[in-house]
Design a protein around this ligand. Structure first.
Ligand SMILES: [Mg+2]
Length: 194
């Protein structure tokens, strides 16, 4: 009986996903021409690339228009990062069920199908990648999503790829909460030529 229980536990453990792999979309997997429109209170406005927006210090009364992010405009794959994604997908093919792969973006729900289209084109169809649209550029929301995933699935090994230093720092805060879990977060620096 004891042996049987041990056996069942081993089977359950083996069938459990242990790894979580999370990619940001903009300026991590792809560079596109979508821009953030900032309206200042004095009536002036300016357009920011996602990278410029990441380091932008808002002025009082600024209003942000993210409507260009409902679509993926003229996307170019960031080769270095999509190669990492492909490696991870191949590893999953060899050991199915071992890992969850997700795109975690600050874009809203309306961008879902465009991102799916980008992935289909990049990977040639069916791939088991979850697309999560947070509709928020608050780094704490990326951290909290990963936190909740660890809570739900018991991941033991987490890797996060994002071009925003703020997002990377927020996710690394989880190391203090989960000292026994391997958590790595990589700040992606894509080349200007994209
Ligand atoms: Mg980004």
């Amino acid at each position: 009986m004891k042996e049987l229980r041990r056996y069942i536990r081993l089977v359950l453990e083996a069938s459990q996903m242990s790894k979580l792999r999370v990619f940001d979309f903009d300026d991590t997997l792809a560079v596109s021409d979508s821009m953030v429109l900032v309206q200042h209170t004095d009536g002036a406005s300016e357009l920011l690339t996602p990278a410029e927006f990441n380091s932008y210090k808002p002025e009082p009364g600024d209003e942000f228009d993210f409507s260009q992010f409902e679509d993926v405009i003229n996307p170019r794959a960031v080769v270095e990062v999509t190669q990492i994604l492909t490696k991870i997908l191949n590893a999953e093919l060899k050991n199915p069920g071992d890992r969850k792969i997700a795109i975690l973006t600050s874009r809203g729900q309306r961008a879902q199908s465009s991102i799916q289209g980008f992935l289909d084109e990049l990977l040639g169809g069916a791939s088991n990648i979850e697309i999560v649209t947070l509709g928020s550029s608050d780094p704490a929301d990326k951290r909290d999503w990963i936190d909740q995933q660890i809570g739900s699935y018991g991941f033991q090994d987490v890797r996060f790829f994002d071009d925003s230093e703020g997002n990377v720092a927020a996710v690394l805060e989880l190391k203090a909460k989960y000292p026994d879990i391997k958590i790595r977060a990589q700040n992606i620096k894509y080349a200007e030529s994209y």
